[in-house]
Design a protein around this ligand. Structure first.
Ligand SMILES: *Cc1c(COP(=O)(O)O)cnc(C)c1O
Length: 399
């Protein structure tokens, strides 16, 4: 094995599936002169193909994954002070929209082996004020939707699935994103398919689908006999330029997912004899789609833990992420110092003490997960040689 090797990166052409198809579609949009999705056809064609690929009735494209989460919550029409259960290990773009809608994020702990929230950890945070649950399928690992839906249905609380990292992941043979009432996806640079920035919301519910479309379009009733701005909403539209790229990316999604899974399984096999590392844990029979390859590093066996392994990998040109995110969402300033709208601290002012209780004892799984995890970059462009290189670098880094 070479001492160093340049792994394909999702931040440039080396690790992406962008090519002639995207260029041709983009050129078509530019020649047409119609760059807005309110008049063009690429965004709407992308939406209907995405919906049929995922097996859902409606898909609406929007400006980002953050916008998708915001749109899903707005569709649910929460009241100020309503509680939304979510995870503290996620992108801030999945949390900030809760505050923008005047609702209170309540963090459920995660299973330190799967990094996901569970039925039990959500149940532990349910209150009379819970109005929504966001389930993030972290790193592409499907959460245990059987247990989660049981808890949610008992409590009559709608579930929004955050599938930004989990395109085509499956739980018990069913696509994630089809368990809850709404699902959100991101098309940001580093996701399974990309338009640089972009997002998608899906649902099977006609009423929610209408609210989703309206929220993306300043709540203007396009196509209605007597349209108006029906409620408070933003312009979260995707442009036709992005729509063209999304349309060309979509047929590449399933093959990319398959390649990611195949390479990940090779690495998992190669790591089996390494006592200091634990390969991604998921329910047998479920489909993990490896947005990244998250390892657990056993600090009792590998001196210095994930941090030390990352430093050794960096010497061989591998940019891994120990901790994934520096700290849980609730430890970031926006939460710790309640920095929201001016000096108001709204909507934290509406929260109960229990909702704002971020003491570490309430989050043993979250802290365990962050201290043990080492996130390897992953790409559909990896070859067996890249996997071999990663495996040998990991063996050396944990010896
Ligand atoms: C990327 C991501 C988001 C936010 O998407 P953007 O397109 O970056 O706004 C939300 N949730 C999760 C889990 C993500 O990975």
């Amino acid at each position: 094995m070479p001492r160093a090797m340049r792994l394909p990166s999702d931040q440039d052409a080396s690790g992406r599936t962008l090519g002639q198809e995207e260029i041709a579609a983009l050129a078509e949009v530019i020649r047409s002169g119609t760059l807005t999705s309110t008049k063009g056809t690429f965004v709407s064609r992308f939406e209907s193909r995405f919906a049929s690929l995922m097996g859902v009735k409606h898909a609406a494209a929007c400006a980002s994954g953050t916008a998708a989460i915001h749109t899903a919550l707005a569709a649910l029409d929460l009241e100020p002070g309503d509680e939304v259960i979510t995870t503290a290990i996620t992108d801030m773009g999945a949390v900030a929209p809760i505050l923008y809608q005047g609702a209170v994020p309540v963090f459920a702990d995660v299973d330190p082996q799967t990094f996901n929230v569970t039925g039990a950890s959500i149940a532990a945070r349910l209150t009379k004020r819970t109005r929504a649950i966001i389930v993030t399928h972290l790193f592409g690992n499907p959460a245990d939707m059987t247990a989660i839906m049981e808890v949610a249905q008992d409590a009559k609380v709608p579930v929004v699935e955050d599938c930004a990292q989990a395109y085509c992941a499956q739980h018990r043979g069913q696509n994630v994103g089809t368990f809850g009432v709404l699902a959100c996806y991101s098309l940001q640079q580093g996701k399974h398919i990309t338009t640089g920035e972009g997002g998608i919301v899906t649902t099977n519910d006609d009423h929610l689908a209408r609210r989703v479309r309206l929220f993306i379009n300043k709540a203007w009733g396009y196509g209605d006999p007597d349209p108006d701005h029906y409620f408070l909403a933003l312009n979260y539209r995707m442009t036709e330029l992005q729509g063209a790229v999304a349309f060309a990316q979509l047929p590449k999604l399933v093959p990319s997912v398959c390649r990611r899974i195949a390479r990940a399984q090779e690495l998992t096999t190669r790591l089996r004899s390494n006592a200091g590392l634990r390969a991604p844990a998921y329910v047998p029979g479920d489909v993990h789609v490896y947005w990244k390859y998250p390892l657990r590093v056993d600090e009792r066996i590998v001196v210095g833990g994930a941090e030390a392994v990352a430093q050794r990998l960096a010497k061989r040109g591998i940019a891994s992420a120990p901790r994934y995110i520096k700290k849980p969402a609730f430890a970031c300033e926006v939460f710790a110092r309640q920095r929201t709208f001016g000096e108001s601290r709204y909507p934290f002012t509406l929260a109960t003490n229990a909702a704002l209780d971020y003491t570490p004892e309430r989050f043993p799984g979250t802290f365990d997960a962050l201290s043990a995890v080492l996130v390897l970059p992953w790409s559909e462009c990896y070859t067996e040689e890249h996997v071999e290189f990663l495996a040998s670098a990991l063996a050396e880094a944990t010896a």
